[in-house]
Design a protein. Sequence first.
Length: 256
Amino acid sequence: MCRMLAVLTKDNFDDEIYADFLQLAKYGNVKPYRSEGHNDGWGVAGFLGSTPVVFYKSEKGILNAEEIYFYFRTAVRKAILSKSHFTIVHFRKASTGSVKLENTHPFVHNGWIFCHNGTVLEKDKLVVNRNFCHGETDSEMLFNFLVENIATTINFVPKLINCIKYLKTKIKHTSYTFFLANNEFFIVYREYSNKFAENGDSPLWNKDYYTMYYVKTNSRIVFCSQPIDKSRWIKMKNSHLIVINKNLDIVFNKII
């Protein structure tokens, strides 16, 4: 479980949106009967030229003053100075896997960046090369599953759709809401299950927690788990897939 932010831009490298997002570490939506906060590790990743990089990530809680005032701000500054056209930020609330650096999002592999909000309840059904998984999370396994199936395909969208349909119908989960990006394309998918939940939870809670919103201007597109300012945020529907190129053209936008 987590709160996620993605900033897609060609020339608007303002840092205010990251400061606004920071409030979700403490006050972001949580499921009923859960403690407040998403404070089980955090990370910032993006692109240095065409290379995906983790600007910084930590297993420490982002609400720690040193994490906020030095490491988080430094990571954001690195992303801005690098003129990263896709930047992804993740605040974790651990569900699967202990709180340690190897389990902290975002993940980088084979030219792609990934972060995920949800739990794959049957992660052992994900057929992946575990040699590329450095931690123990279902999210990293999901990442590797997606990349192994689409990375060598130039027109990857049809293959991605097939992967998602397989995941939705064959593997129990709470949500497959994720960001996935390479140098050329940014992918966002919002999905939640109406049937399955973690132990002690109700599937009815998934709809209001596994959310994704976006706001688009001439200079950037921002995606976030929930609105963080007074802009006119648009809520993505269940099973909504959007693919955007680095010129900020929306090349795919459908419910699948």
